[in-house]
Write a protein that binds this ligand. Structure first.
Ligand SMILES: Nc1ncnc2c1ncn2[C@@H]1O[C@H](COP(=O)(O)OP(=O)(O)O)[C@@H](O)[C@H]1O
Ligand SMILES: [Mg+2]
Length: 456
């Protein structure tokens, strides 16, 4: 029996998506790019080519599933030959292939699929799901046959799955066990869907008139701005810059966040107009204090002339066992720290102040493109819904670099900075006093007595 099924004509980006052979292919990243259309067309082609193949299409809600897939597929597929079975929401082809449509209201709905086998899975609007759903579905991609085993994901830069989709497909930061060659991202914007642009030019106008952060995500596919993003003023164009030689006379700081899980250190220079340039980063996990101090010193050039190494005040807490603070241990390891402030709200606001555009469209914080961790994590920080002036501490691994920047920003923006950070030339005997000082109190007394920190 020959059954004729009409197929649509893909546009260039859709074609790229439909021809991709990686195991995990993400498509879209903006609104109206022709994602759902491509899912239906690819599913039809697979079902026709591979008799007996098992295909699963997933959406978050039943209404979206019905409107984007069940109804259009019913219209496309001759119901006499490829009937739709309501009971398990499946289209059954004469060659034994099946397209099952499913919706996961809750992420835990995915657990019902544990142990099931599919050859090809389409996860529509993947960023509406947690990574758990992706992991469960990954395990369903199997079957003792020669059919391709693939997962196609469509996505917009929003929703609760923003970070995992961004990590795997956009930033391409892989964990152990993940094979980078299995992941591919094909971006498609509304401009890539000429059919929609022609048929419905108002749709583009609608996207253009959205508030700025939504427009950047849905119209231009920017992954720098998440929903609930704390630093929604962050703009890669404006706030990052290509590295350049920092003039000698600019004042330089290092600002660190230190924990055994991660050292995040930033080198920051300030020009004569108080513009701040983050020009070097060093982030490394699992460094004991001695190694951390050594790494920072090694990463600092001889003539770099650092004015102060800023650190959060909790490093001055004394350990119950040794009676020594981490700051003291850093000092013994050759790195003298200057206490910054850990008022989170004031610190975040200080960063916002540096990021904000003035009336000429200029801002005061610039990050060299050679500091990728900060550039990635700063825009990922989310607002804490319970304390809207603060950020969420989750996921913990993205907090270190912004925290280090915060210790600099509050120190820099706060008017008290000149008193606490002033450096003076110490006489030899003053320096001896300084080196002999055992506690912070003693050091603070010396700072007051000699008018500032030693200029060493
Ligand atoms: N190749 C194509 N041929 C005909 N119509 C298309 C094609 N690609 C997309 N469309 C139409 O463009 C509109 C938007 O596409 P859709 O796939 O729903 O976008 P998205 O899922 O990315 O928001 C829909 O009306 C869809 O049918
Ligand atoms: Mg869609």
């Amino acid at each position: 029996m020959i059954v004729k099924i009409s197929l649509g004509k893909p546009q260039p980006k859709q074609k790229e998506f439909m021809l991709a052979t990686e195991k995990y292919v993400a498509f879209g990243g903006a609104r109206g790019g022709g994602k759902s259309w491509s899912v239906r067309e690819k599913a039809k082609r697979l079902a026709m080519k591979w008799g007996g193949i098992k295909i699963l299409i997933i959406r978050k809600t039943y209404l979206d599933l019905r409107d984007n897939h069940i109804l259009p597929l019913k219209a496309d597929l001759p119901q006499r030959y490829v009937p739709y079975k309501e009971v398990d929401k499946s289209f059954v082809f004469p060659n034994g292939s099946r397209i099952k449509c499913s919706f996961f209201d809750n992420d835990t709905d995915a657990l019902q699929y544990q142990g099931q086998e599919y050859d090809v899975i389409f996860l529509e609007e993947a960023t509406q799901f947690s990574e758990l759903v992706f992991n469960v579905l990954k395990a369903c991609l199997r079957g003792a046959n020669n059919f391709p085993k693939r997962m196609y994901l469509t996505c917009n830069p929003d929703g609760i799955g923003f970070l995992w989709v961004k990590r795997l497909f956009v930033s391409r930061k892989y964990k152990e066990g993940e094979d980078p060659s299995e992941f591919r991202f094909i971006q498609s914007l509304v401009d890539d869907n000429q059919i929609l642009m022609e048929k419905n030019p108002d749709y583009v106008k609608q996207l253009d008139s959205l508030p700025e952060d939504m427009r950047r995500r849905w119209r231009y596919g920017s992954w720098d701005v998440a929903e609930g993003q704390y630093f929604n003023e962050f703009d890669r164009e404006l706030h990052t810059c290509a590295p350049f030689q920092i003039p000698k006379e600019w004042r330089r700081y290092i600002s660190i966040d230190y924990g055994l899980d991660m050292l995040a250190a930033y080198w920051i220079a300030v020009d004569n107009n108080n513009n701040c340039y983050v020009y070097k980063e060093f982030c490394k996990p699992d460094l004991p204090i001695r190694k951390a101090a050594e790494a920072i010193n090694n990463f600092t050039l001889k003539d770099e002339n650092i004015y102060a190494v800023l650190a959060p005040p909790d490093l001055w807490n004394r350990s119950q066992e040794t009676g020594k603070s981490k700051a003291a241990l850093f000092y013994e390891a050759g790195l003298s720290l200057t206490k910054s402030n850990n008022d989170r709200e004031a610190g975040w606001l200080a960063i916002k102040e540096l990021l904000t555009k003035d009336k000429h469209g200029k801002c005061r914080l610039h990050i060299f493109t050679t500091c990728p961790t900060l550039i990635e994590h700063l825009p990922e920080l989310l607002r804490d819904p319970k304390h809207p002036t603060d950020t969420l501490n989750e996921p913990h691994e993205i907090t270190h670099s912004p925290d280090a920047l915060r210790y600099f920003a509050i120190y820099w923006v706060s008017p008290a900075r000149s008193a606490s950070s002033k450096r003076v030339k110490y006489r030899q005997d003053w320096l001896e006093d300084w080196r002999n000082a055992r506690t912070d109190e003693e050091r603070n007394r010396l700072i007051q007595k000699y008018g500032g920190l030693p200029d060493i």
